[in-house]
Design a protein around this ligand. Structure first.
Ligand SMILES: [Zn+2]
Length: 289
């Protein structure tokens, strides 16, 4: 069971949804939301218009066990299921009504490979809606191209597999972003998450919260390719998120000797060194202006 917490104004306004712990081992979202909830409960933050709903921990069992998920990734194949079987499918049946009932979604995550905070935005037609929102969250790096890279991956997948929280919310007209606040255990990830929530409350006009000025420039990286770990193998070196990779560099090799080389010069995005077989191993992207 999820435990959403909602604060409303009597004045109509934007409906903001803030999610933490979609992946149970990503603890900065739950920690940041708890601190923000305390500030609401003490009266320090007051609603002026609209409504905000927080779900501090979207995957409670995985959070309790410090795991990414129990039966399946909660951030893939997001859909209602008439007959849920896996644990996360029961959670999806609770999450999807919340995702349908928001104008703006802020989904707070962290990641394995060390590196800076960034946000994902949707496809290019959403650039003008979502990048100003991401800037207002205090972030200065946006990564995009996800759905095109997914479609080009060449791996046969369930057509709704690529639908996560943000894609589901966008299907219902919302502005949505996934914020990756830093490495899972990075102490600075919690302040990044708090700044993002404060920025969302301000930008949506829900509450006035003093925040530092937004960055003036946004770094932008387009994901061009995603690579699944189709069988056992390992990285050619200990890649870090956003390491530069020249064309034809060996990125990884399978245990049968087959090598994966970079098809273009760019950056490795979210490398997952101990990725289980069958999951996303790494992405390759290029910077854009
Ligand atoms: Zn995550």
């Amino acid at each position: 069971m999820l435990n959403p917490v909602t604060f409303s104004s009597t004045k109509l306004g934007t409906r903001l949804l803030v999610l933490g712990g979609v992946h149970g081992n990503e603890i900065c979202g739950p920690a940041a939301i708890e601190q923000i909830l305390a500030r609401f409960n003490s009266g320090e933050i007051k609603m002026e218009t609209g409504r905000v709903t927080f779900v501090p921990v979207c995957n409670p069992r995985a959070y309790a066990e410090n795991k990414r998920f129990i039966d399946r990734n909660l951030n893939r194949a997001m859909a209602k299921r008439a007959v849920p079987k896996m644990y996360e499918e029961f959670l999806m049946n609770e999450l999807t009504p919340l995702l349908e009932d928001c104008d703006v979604l802020l989904d707070i995550h962290s990641y394995r490979a060390g590196g800076p905070a960034f946000a994902f935005r949707g496809d290019d037609h959403l650039r003008d809606r979502e990048e100003p929102f991401i800037a207002a969250l205090g972030l200065d790096h946006v990564i995009y191209g996800w759905s095109e890279a997914y479609a080009a991956s060449g791996v046969k997948i369930d057509p709704i597999e690529s639908v996560g929280t943000t894609e589901y919310a966008r299907q219902n007209g919302a502005i949505a972003t996934t914020v990756e606040c830093g490495q899972h255990l990075d102490a600075s990830a919690v302040p990044v998450a708090i700044r993002a929530i404060e920025g969302a409350l301000n930008q949506c006009g829900l509450a006035k919260v003093p925040v530092p000025a937004a960055h003036k420039t946004m770094r932008r990286t387009r994901i061009k390719q995603l690579v699944y770990k189709q069988r056992h193998g390992q990285f050619a070196q200990a890649w870090k998120h956003l390491d530069e990779i020249a064309k034809d560099t060996i990125v990884a090799s399978f245990d049968d000797g087959e090598q994966i080389k970079a098809p273009f010069s760019g950056r490795i995005v979210l490398p997952h060194a101990d990725c289980p077989v069958g999951q996303e191993w790494f992405y390759l992207g290029v910077d854009e202006t």
